[in-house]
Design a protein around this ligand. Structure first.
Ligand code: G3P
Ligand code: MG
Length: 250
């Protein structure tokens, strides 16, 4: 495994500065000098892989209703930027293909989070990885993650050479996390920041896999977590975290 992770990954692009999970957000991250971005992928009703976080269109677009029930042709022209700011009125929901084009153009790395609509865990990974494996061959710069074990199992099956990251949410590590991580043969453990105590950080370090933590926007929190042994951070304002970690740890 040749994975080369940066210290800071831009969350949903650069979520603090541009509408999340859009091409503009990827461009903004690139402009800030961010090396990698994290993006969420899910399927439309007609199986088009799109970059989108929520199950519903309502929060971040001019549309309404479930992504899983909407065909691509009915969401491609939605305004996915005005909710964030008037100057982003031109933003659209990108397809996976459009997002990857942009990332490759910028020479960035990608953490693709498989974020399936409920019941679509396997096919979301299958469709996304089928596309990705035709256009992405740099194993240093790709990490496939998911909260959904079925999605990671499909990734292991279809694209075993891409590193996988096990996402775990909530307030405590589940008892069986090491068994799951071993079974899915993951390269990273990706935890919510609220979960990361000294003991949790030590447990993951003993497991000898990089520990990545989301979503960290406060430089003091990043420094404290780094002192506990955290290897990398997802941040909405990755430039702020990069600058402050570079500025010293104490
Ligand atoms: O991958 C880290 C983070 O993106 C997981 O949570 O809800 O922001 O996709 P969420
Ligand atoms: Mg995500």
């Amino acid at each position: 495994m040749s994975l080369k992770l940066p210290k800071v990954i831009g969350h949903r692009g650069a979520k603090s500065y541009a509408p999340e999970n859009t091409v503009e957000s990827i461009r903004t991250a690139a402009g800030l000098g961010v090396e990698w971005v994290e993006l969420d992928v899910k399927l439309t009703a007609d199986n088009v892989p799109i970059i989108f976080h929520d199950e519903e269109l309502d929060r971040t677009t001019s549309g309404t209703g479930l992504v899983a029930a909407t065909r691509y042709e009915d969401l491609r022209d939605l305004d996915a930027g005005s909710w964030f700011g008037d100057s982003f009125v031109q933003c659209r929901i990108p397809t996976l293909e459009q997002a990857i084009d942009e990332i490759l153009k910028a020479g960035m790395g990608l953490n693709l989070e498989i974020k399936p609509c409920p019941g679509r865990e396997k096919e979301t990974a299958e469709v996304a990885l089928d596309y990705l494996s035709r256009c992405w061959d740099d194993l240093d710069k790709i990490l496939i993650s998911s909260f959904q074990h079925v999605s990671l199992e499909a990734a292991l099956d279809l694209a075993p050479d891409y590193a996988r990251g096990l996402l775990i949410g909530g307030l405590e590590l589940p008892e069986n996390w090491k068994n799951v991580a071993e079974y899915l043969d993951v390269s990273t453990i990706n935890l919510g920041s609220r979960m990361v105590t000294k003991q949790v950080a030590e447990d993951v370090m003993d497991f000898e896999k990089p520990l990545l933590v989301y979503t960290v926007n406060d430089p003091m929190e990043a420094k404290a977590l780094q002192r506990l042994g955290v290897d990398g951070f997802f941040s909405d304002c990755p430039d702020v975290i990069i600058e402050n970690l570079a500025g010293g740890l104490n």
